[in-house]
Design a protein around this ligand. Structure first.
Ligand code: IMP
Ligand code: MG
Length: 186
């Protein structure tokens, strides 16, 4: 097992793309900044960024600091079972601690692969009746899709490689790397 000598996506390119996504998100949700809500939300209501742990952490941290609209933070952690009978079943080990009802919610993911995990998380969040619910993923492997999930924001579409770095792991390793690398099996 080894990572490539050169990154698939270098840190500078990641940061450049995150800045572009932040600009798009800030523009699309600009009206959410317009109305203040007194002492409770002095900057306005803004949007709820729901980060998928653990892999979405670096992406969400960089994205939020480039947004020009206010945000509040929530987190989800999901485990998917790929066994024969429970194929596609997703268990939640952490869910948002505040109600999402009536809020503008943006789910932040590291990578969209088969789509099973993101679809289950979106279903679960949607049950809380948010005002809007969209998906923002840093990486997208469209060739692998099994479930119809359509992200509103995509950082990079990539071919069917297993990648690590910038939050993405192999057995919990490599998450801290600032670049994204292909993991080779030899
Ligand atoms: P899905 O349910 O098949 O879309 O899988 C989503 C999850 O699988 C992601 O949130 C990652 O945790 C993991 N995953 C999928 N592809 C990769 C990869 O290339 N590198 C690291 N983790 C991956
Ligand atoms: Mg993961």
């Amino acid at each position: 097992m080894r990572i490539g000598e050169k990154p698939l996506i270098a840190a500078a390119a990641v940061q450049q793309r995150v800045a572009e996504l932040a600009e798009a998100v800030s523009r699309d949700y600009a009206c959410k900044h317009a109305y203040g809500d007194g002492a409770e939300h002095p900057r306005g209501v803004g949007i709820v960024l729901v980060t998928v742990l653990k892999g979405g952490l670096p992406f969400a941290a960089d994205l939020m600091r480039r947004l020009t609209i206010p945000v509040t933070l929530e987190f989800v952690r999901a485990r998917s079972y790929k066994g024969v009978r429970s194929r596609g079943a997703v268990e939640f080990t952490h869910l948002p601690e505040t109600s999402l009802a009536g809020k503008d919610v943006l789910l932040v993911e590291d990578i969209l692969d088969t789509g099973v995990t993101a679809a289950a998380i979106l279903d679960r969040l949607d049950a809380e009746r948010p005002a809007s619910l969209h998906l923002c993923t840093l990486l997208d492997k469209p060739a692998r899709r099994q479930v119809d999930v359509r992200p509103r924001y995509v950082g990079f579409q990539i071919d069917n490689h297993f990648v690590v770095g910038y939050g993405l792991d192999y057995n919990e390793a490599y998450r801290e790397l600032p670049d994204v690398y292909i993991l080779h099996q030899d």
